[in-house]
Design a protein around this ligand. Sequence first.
Ligand SMILES: [Zn+2]
Length: 371
Amino acid sequence: MIIEAGEVFTGEIAHSPGWIQLDGERITAVGEGTGPATPDLSFMDDRIVPGYVDVHSHGGGGSSFSTTLDDDIDRVLATHLATGTTTMIASLVTASPQVLRAQIETLATHVRSGDIAGIHLEGPWLSPIYKGAHDPALLCAPAIPLLDELVSAGQGAIKMVTIAPELDGGIEAIRFLTERGIVVALGHTDCSYDQARDALSAGATGATHLFNAMAPLRHRQPGPVLALLRDQDARIEIIFDGVHLHPDLAASVLQQVGDRGVLVTDAMAATGQPDGRYLLGELEVNVDQGIARLAGTDTIAGSTLRLESAVKNAVEAGLSVHDAIHAATTAPAEYLNLPDVGHLKPGSLADLLVLDDELTVECVMRRGHWV
Ligand SMILES: [Zn+2]
């Protein structure tokens, strides 16, 4: 099948006009101008881009990844797929070891089938000072036996762990995880600038939602934020919903870090649903005008964002269209070492979106099938 479009943006290169050739679930060729044969489909007023890749989200459609029910997982995936997210990493909030283990085992079957790209453990190895919407009673220092137990329960499905590196055993835990090919992100942390640099030297490669739930950047105590911004290999997650960060700060960080910027949603169950009461893990969350807060507090508890809106918000705040799309496709795929997605190139999975002028997702293809 050959599809032509006004622009085909591969995640790195824009062909306008461009074409893409597919065979089954894979891309076989991409190019500029007119394709090698008469196109089967034509979108000359639109842009074709890779399917969106969300490496940090907890839920949507009224359901959450913190579950042992397959239907819940399907509902979350369908909610985000409808607006163009073709690859998801399932993020789990802090829970007890037994509960996490059961959730990991459930999610791992969906990772093996290819529905989900991997599991992200956002806790329990977080600072109580920057706990955000994690149950403080269940936070702990990262002892290797528990790390080993949970990683083993995933049988290769755990792809990312968030850690506060200043906790006892933090650096040792980073070495343990990265030696097993698991991405370590610094987050929910009160670490100093030097502690963050040590963690990056030990193998951490990213920031869990930069600025949110971490020691702030101060002029004499620059903390984790400056260490992460200055590390040329560190990927920087940004929740671009206009709530977690001032949009101009979010845009300016993304412009500063270039291709290291990663748009994430941190979406929770209320995504795509009306305002009301929801759960994030075991904690009750109140959603009002789309903003999720721990019930009875001002603490933001995830978002109701989808990547389609994150890309639009970034462009509205001044980011170029190509940089915003790169941050929702190629950058997160490279961050999580997912070579088959996030690019439109020969050999990649046929996950693609048709976007109109306003960057609204008009059509979604996953694994060669229109959704
Ligand atoms: Zn989260």
